[in-house]
Design a protein around this ligand. Structure first.
Ligand code: FA5
Length: 350
């Protein structure tokens, strides 16, 4: 009998160290099984009671009950410690910050936090700004709500000029308009700055367009203009080449063809081989294999004269880059509408 009681008492020390080592509730349940379960250590001792007198059995039973009570105490104390640790870590991981927006909260709760980044058009715009400022150009800006004079009149579009129809225009009730191109900023720069002038003017422009894979009603252009003594088509082509080779790290196929704009003479259209379909034909290039991205030309003498400068002394070269289409070529984007659709899955690729 004494042996059995000693065996039971020895179980307490073993149980105490198993409970101390248990890292979670599951481990605690295993300890319970190990000592008081059907195949547990205490059950094993109790199976040996058969040879004892009823009194001796009573003594061993008492020792077993003391052990069980002690075991429960130890288990309860450890469970309390584990629960406290669980709550402490919940407070760290499952807090509710009432200042975050629902979108941010969903991202935090799912663990999928994404840091924001610059829009792909703005990324390319920034790169171009760096290239041109390193060549001595300054970045200038102008209003998006313009008057007819800066958007058309000063750019050699007379009142009844048929070329006005080339750019379908949104007018306001005050007879202002949403600028149809960044060429309006050429005029504002000529009004403010003294030649020689080297500027770029990136910005948002608007047209009353039927929207499709390559046409938006709201899109981005970047105007570039040089006014200097002795500016030639050679200077213009050099600018175009620099621009394209810096944006595309690989060589790209371009073609230059005559283009008509009232504010340049001669005028050119610079098209790029469509990089969405590699020139085989798709909705972006309207199945022609080529995309208009970079019209340009030498500034028309009338524009220079209207700005109060002598066309004999000063000449100019200008271009009007279609930024959305350039970025489409850069990344092989097959529809211009992705840029403003607010789809995070699209934007996160860049
Ligand atoms: C112009 O806007 C002239 N101001 C460009 C210019 C500047 C010519 C200086 C000469 C000298 P155009 O309408 O072609 O030209 O537009 C210029 C570029 O903007 C196009 O080549 C094209 O890439 C882009 N673009 C035009 N319309 C849209 C549109 N609806 N959606 C997206 N991009 C467009």
């Amino acid at each position: 009998m004494a042996d059995l009681i000693a065996e039971i008492q020895a179980l307490e020390a073993k149980a105490a160290s198993a409970i101390a080592a248990a890292a979670d509730t599951e481990a605690l349940q295993n300890v319970t099984q190990e000592f008081t379960g059907k195949k547990g250590a205490l059950t094993h001792v109790m199976k040996q009671l058969g040879s004892l007198t009823p009194e001796q059995r009573g003594e061993v039973g008492k020792a077993a009950n003391i052990f069980k009570a002690r075991l429960e105490e130890l288990l309860a104390a450890k469970e309390a410690v584990l629960a406290e640790a669980r709550f402490a870590s919940l407070a760290e991981t499952e807090f509710v910050d009432l200042s975050v927006t629902p979108g941010e909260y969903a991202a935090i709760a799912s663990g999928a936090t994404h840091s924001g980044h610059v829009h792909p058009i703005a990324q390319t715009q920034k790169k171009l700004e760096e290239i041109f400022t390193s060549m001595g150009f300054s970045i200038v800006d102008g209003p998006q709500v313009e008057d007819d004079y800066h958007n058309f009149g000063a750019l050699n579009f007379t009142d009844d000029h048929p070329a006005r129809d080339m750019q379908d225009t949104f007018y306001t009730v005050t007879k202002h308009l949403l600028r149809t191109h960044t060429s309006s900023v050429q005029i504002r720069a000529l009004e403010k700055m003294k030649p020689p002038i080297r500027i770029i003017a990136p910005g948002r422009v608007f047209r009353y367009e039927e929207v499709d894979a390559s046409h938006e009603h709201t899109f981005y252009q970047m105007e570039g203009m040089i006014i200097d003594r002795k500016v030639s088509v050679g200077n213009l082509l050099h600018l175009m080449q620099t621009l394209l080779s810096e944006v595309f790290s690989k060589g790209v196929e371009v073609r230059l063809r005559p283009g008509y704009f009232p504010f340049v003479e001669p005028g050119f259209e610079l098209d790029m081989k469509c990089l969405v379909c590699n020139g085989t034909g798709c909705p972006v290039c309207k199945h022609s294999g080529w995309v208009e991205v970079l019209p340009c030309g030498l500034v028309h003498p009338n524009v220079i004269q209207k700005a109060g400068l002598s066309p004999e002394e000063w000449q100019g070269a200008a271009f009007g880059l279609g930024l959305n289409r350039l970025v489409m070529m850069q990344h092989g984007i097959e529809d211009i509408r992705h840029f403003m659709a607010g789809k995070l899955d699209f934007l996160r690729q860049f």
